[in-house]
Design a protein around this ligand. Structure first.
Ligand code: GAR
Length: 194
């Protein structure tokens, strides 16, 4: 079985979309893949409850309990590697990863970013798109490499920016597209992995 480990920090709606797609698409039976665990760096991440209700192992590893980014990432790697993952999925995991972490999962680490990369890497993407007067916005699934939000692009989706949009309304429109492209990208990635 190809194990998928998903990392979250908050709502976990992308994680939930992937879990639902795996259930509805029978990934275990048809593709030999399963979401094996959901790990959060925040104990109050709402997504943890969804994962538990769906029979998925969960763990919390609070970064505040570690003296350095390296120490936290080392502990996180240990936790993830218990599941011998074929794929590690960042789904709203709001941490900058150390070079050691990224190297450890080279070729098996995906992220979703709420902009049309390479535009607007980093934070506050929706407000920045509005401030720049963009007529379109969107989201990107990409492989994670050492440079922040810059790895090879696997999927993108585009939405219009409407005249009365706020960062919140734009984020909500983009998020509905994230829920479509992330499960698809994860499945394609798993299928192409022998
Ligand atoms: C999503 O919009 C995701 O693209 C973004 O956080 C949100 C998480 O929502 N990720 C980043 O900004 C990463 N830099 P979710 O927890 O409901 O999936």
């Amino acid at each position: 079985m190809k194990n998928i480990v998903i990392l979250i920090s908050g709502g976990g709606s992308n994680m939930a979309a992937i879990v639902r797609a795996a259930q509805q698409g029978q990934w275990a039976q048809r593709h030999g893949a399963q979401v094996a665990a959901v790990i959060s760096n925040k104990a109050d991440a709402k997504g943890l409850q969804f994962a538990q209700e769906n029979g998925i192992a969960t763990a919390v590893l609070d970064h505040k309990g570690f003296g350095s980014r390296e120490d936290f990432d080392a502990a996180l790697m240990q936790r993830i590697d218990q599941y011998q993952p074929a794929l590690v999925v960042l789904a709203g995991f709001m941490r900058i990863l150390t070079p050691g972490f990224v190297a450890h999962y080279a070729g098996q680490l995906l992220n979703i970013h709420p902009s049309l990369l390479p535009a607007f890497p980093g934070l506050h993407t929706h407000q920045r798109a509005l401030d720049a007067g963009c007529k379109f916005a969107g989201c990107t699934v990409h492989e994670v490499t050492q440079e922040l939000d810059a790895g090879p692009i696997l999927e993108q989706a585009v939405v219009p920016v409407l005249p009365d949009d706020t960062a919140e309304t734009l984020a909500a429109r983009v998020l509905t597209q994230e829920h479509i492209i992330y499960p698809r990208a994860v499945l394609n990635f798993i299928k192409n992995k022998s």
